[in-house]
Ligand binder design. Structure first.
Ligand SMILES: Cc1ncc(COP(=O)(O)O)c(C=O)c1O
Length: 440
């Protein structure tokens, strides 16, 4: 019998089409396993977990009595501090009236997609949220494939091809969403690649939403350059404190609009969305964010140290894959790798594993390894996984604090892993067992 939802009738806009993601399937299974006391090596969680910097924690506590609604775009002092940060850190020419804050950059990306363009271009694989946001808004998507041979970077020729097909089939794709460094692949564009992408976008008059939430978790083997510095008139940069200062749950994000008349009109439109959807970022968080964006040398040093630890932990997992002969692009930022097991398709199928979701469940049930299927990220290949380093050996606050302390005393990467990461070493063995079983 067809189940009827009366008196709830879902609208055609987006909501009906949203699927229960495989992320939830894996996370539910992890929770079940934990509840029965089973061990899980959790590589599915994408959340930076280092402790709150004491100066920021102090600022939050000191402002706990600030309980009034604040301006929708954010306090002017905060927007001033954010503009200063983007000038210092990324050489962007930003004035405070180009800054809009929101409860996480996720909401600001949604608000920007709401305000700009009718058709949206998204590379794939890509972060889980872009496509559902665009679908919720009922806008069509043009997908641009990216490949491991190109480090999953958007190639302008492929972009051009996708645009032409799309012009032909749909009309006029106008907004390109980019992510650098990238979730799920951990890759990063070089300054030259950024430059050619910026020139391409300028030539095509494409608007760019440049999601730079991982900008300060770039590992520094490649210098980070903001799209906002290269193509200021056409780029909306989004960012926040969720990744570099591990403040995801505090919900503070920023959007930097272009320094043009149109950019300022967009800032007004975003502020209007903010006023009608979330009113403002929580008041104490805004005051604490002022300290986070102040350029305080202790906080800047802490961001760099956390990034260094992310880099060591993530690169360790990459090296495990590399040693096992698994195709995996070397990460340059964030805390992810994106290994692909297509080389073993036959062996996987012989074991009854036909999809990446089945692969993820197999790894969980048999090897206690939790990773996310690549299809969650719109992967083009069959057997990719997103593996995150952010949770393992840091599952409690005490362990996270212990790691920071240990790294302060001895920042040697090898000893840092060997002496303070028992579980990451163990999971390396489990990957080895999986590969040995697969190839036997
Ligand atoms: C690529 C990417 N963009 C944006 C976000 C959202 O960050 P927030 O809303 O916490 O600023 C995330 C968080 O997982 C992410 O991975």
């Amino acid at each position: 019998m067809v189940e009827r939802y009366r008196p709830l009738r879902f609208s055609r806009a987006g909501v009906r089409g949203l699927k229960v993601s495989a992320t939830l399937t894996i996370n539910d299974r992890v929770k079940e396993m934990w509840a029965t006391g089973q061990n899980v090596y959790h590589l599915a969680f994408g959340e930076s977990r280092f402790p709150v910097h004491p100066k920021i924690a102090e600022a939050l506590c000191a402002n706990v009595q600030k309980r009034s609604y604040l301006p929708a775009a954010g306090l002017m002092e905060l927007r001033r501090a954010i503009a200063g940060h983007y000038r210092r850190a990324f050489g962007m020419d930003v004035e405070p009236d180009q800054v809009v804050t929101g409860p996480g950059s996720k909401s600001l990306i949604f608000a920007t997609v709401l305000c700009l363009g009718e058709e949206i271009i998204i590379p794939r694989p890509s972060w889980v949220t872009y496509a559902p946001q665009v679908q919720l808004l009922g806008k069509p998507i043009t997908w641009v494939p990216t490949y491991p041979e190109d480090q999953y970077l958007v190639r302008t020729e492929i972009l051009e091809e996708a645009l032409q097909t799309s012009h032909h089939e749909m009309g006029n794709p106008e907004v390109l969403i980019l992510n650098n460094p990238d979730n799920p692949t951990g890759t990063m564009r070089t300054p030259e690649q950024n430059q050619s992408l910026a020139e391409f976008a300028r030539g095509q008059e494409l608007m760019v939403i440049s999601d730079e939430i991982y900008a300060r978790t770039a590992f520094r083997n490649i210098p980070f350059v903001s799209m906002g510095a290269l193509y200021p008139e056409g780029t909306v940069v989004t960012g926040g404190l969720s990744k570099d200062l591990s403040l995801g749950g505090w919900r503070i994000g920023v959007a930097i609009v272009p320094p043009t008349k149109a950019g300022r009109a967009l800032a007004k439109a975003l502020t209007n969305v903010a006023a009608n959807l979330w009113s403002c970022v929580a008041a104490p968080v805004q005051y604490a964010a002022m300290v986070a964006y102040s350029g305080d040398p202790d906080i800047e040093e802490y961001v760099q140290m956390c990034t260094r630890m992310h880099s060591i932990r993530t690169r360790f997992l990459y090296q495990v894959m590399d040693r096992l002969g698994v195709q995996c692009v070397e990460p340059s930022g964030a805390f992810y790798i994106f290994p692909c097991f297509d080389k073993w398709s036959e062996a996987l199928q012989a074991r009854g594993i036909h999809t990446d979701e089945e692969l993820a469940l197999h790894l969980l049930e048999k090897y206690e390894i939790a990773a996310l299927p690549g299809s969650v990220f719109y992967a083009l290949r069959r057997y990719c996984l997103r593996v995150s380093s952010s949770f393992i050996d840091m599952n409690t606050n005490e362990k996270a604090e212990g790691l920071v302390e240990a790294f302060r005393q001895d920042p040697d990467p090898e000893r840092f892993i060997r002496d303070h990461h028992p579980r990451i070493q163990k999971v390396a063995e489990r990957w080895g067992e999986f590969m040995a079983d697969l190839t036997s």
